[in-house]
Design a binder for this molecule. Structure first.
Ligand SMILES: [Zn+2]
Length: 271
C-alpha cells in the first residue's frame, strides 16, 4: 500500500474531513487547491525552494501546447509495458504534473494511482489545475514522505536525481522512469543566445540499486513560430537565469525558432 507518511512520526496519513491525519494525531490541512504541506521546517532551508513562479508559469503554458508530447507518449507507452494494473506511482519533483496527469488520462484502464511531490507549492497549485486525481504534497525529493519499499514506480522527469531515496521507496522489482536531456537538446535555442554555445553534459546512466532495462532516445526538430512560446521555452530552462539581460533581449525579437529536441527516457528496475 502506498500512502503519504507523517513527517513527524512516520505513520501513515489518512484523509479525514479536510485534512490528513496520522494515528498519533498529527494533522496536515488540505489546501484549497488540494495539496498538503509535508515539508518540515528543517528541510526547507537545505535545498532551493523549487522553481520560481515565472518559470512555473512559463513551463505550464509551454507544455500545454504539446511541444514535448513525444516524450509524454513514450512515458505512457513504457508505463503500460512495465507496470501492472493498479500500480502506485510517485512522481518525484512532479512540477505542474504535465507528464503524470497525461499518463493518468492515457492509462485510465490501468487504474494507476499517482502521488506527486514537489518542493514548490506554486508548482502544485498549477498541478491542481490539471485535475484532482493526483495526490499532491509539498515535500523534498531527497526525503520523500513514503515508507521504504512501498512504491511500484517512481517518475523522475527532469527533476533532480535523488537516487538513494528512489532506491529506498521503490519495492524490489519496481521501476524508475527517468527522463534526461541529451547533449544536443535545445542547441538551436542556445545558438541564438550564445556566441559559443555548448552542448549539454552527457548523463551517467549507472545508478546504484538499479539495473537499466531500456534507454529510449527521443529526438526531433521543433519549430516554434511565435514569440510567446519561444519566450516561455527560454524561461523554463536554467539558461534564462544564467544569461545576461543583453543576451536575453536577443530572443525577444525572434518570431520563429528551430531547435533540436533530444531526450532520453531511461527505464530502470529496482534490484
Ligand atoms: Zn504523525
Amino acid at each position: 500500500m502506498l500512502n503519504f507518511t507523517c513527517p513527524v512520526c512516520g505513520g501513515f496519513l489518512f484523509e479525514r474531513d479536510s485534512s490528513y491525519k496520522c494515528d498519533k494525531g498529527h494533522s496536515y490541512d488540505i489546501a484549497r487547491q488540494g495539496y498538503i504541506n509535508l515539508l518540515q521546517s528543517q528541510q526547507s532551508g537545505l535545498k532551493r525552494h523549487g522553481d520560481d513562479k515565472m518559470m512555473i508559469r512559463a513551463r505550464f503554458d509551454f507544455l500545454n501546447k504539446g511541444y514535448y508530447k513525444p516524450l509524454l507518449e513514450k512515458i505512457c507507452y513504457s508505463c503500460r509495458k512495465y507496470l501492472k494494473d493498479g500500480s502506485c506511482i510517485v512522481d518525484a519533483g512532479c512540477g505542474d504534473c504535465y507528464y503524470s496527469s497525461g499518463l493518468l488520462d492515457d492509462c485510465m484502464d490501468k487504474g494507476f494511482k499517482i502521488f506527486g511531490v514537489d518542493i514548490s507549492k506554486d508548482a502544485l497549485i498549477c498541478a491542481s489545475r490539471r485535475g484532482k486525481e493526483i495526490s499532491l504534497a509539498v515535500g523534498s525529493a531527497y526525503s520523500l514522505p513514503f515508507h521504504s519499499g512501498s512504491a511500484d514506480a517512481v517518475l523522475n522527469i527532469f527533476s533532480p536525481l535523488a537516487g538513494d531515496e528512489y532506491k529506498r521507496i521503490i519495492k524490489q522489482g519496481g521501476f524508475l522512469f527517468r527522463a534526461v536531456p541529451l547533449e544536443d537538446h535545445l542547441y538551436g535555442l542556445k545558438q541564438r543566445i550564445y556566441e559559443t554555445p555548448y552542448k549539454n553534459e552527457a548523463v551517467t546512466t549507472r545508478l546504484d540499486g538499479f539495473e537499466l532495462c531500456e534507454n529510449i532516445e527521443i529526438k526531433y526538430e521543433l519549430e516554434i513560430d511565435n514569440r510567446s512560446d519561444i519566450e516561455n521555452l527560454f524561461k523554463m530552462t536554467p539558461y534564462y537565469y544564467k544569461t545576461s539581460s543583453t543576451d536575453q533581449k536577443k530572443l525577444e525579437s525572434l518570431d520563429s525558432l528551430l531547435t533540436q529536441i533530444e531526450f532520453s527516457l531511461l527505464i530502470y528496475k529496482r534490484v
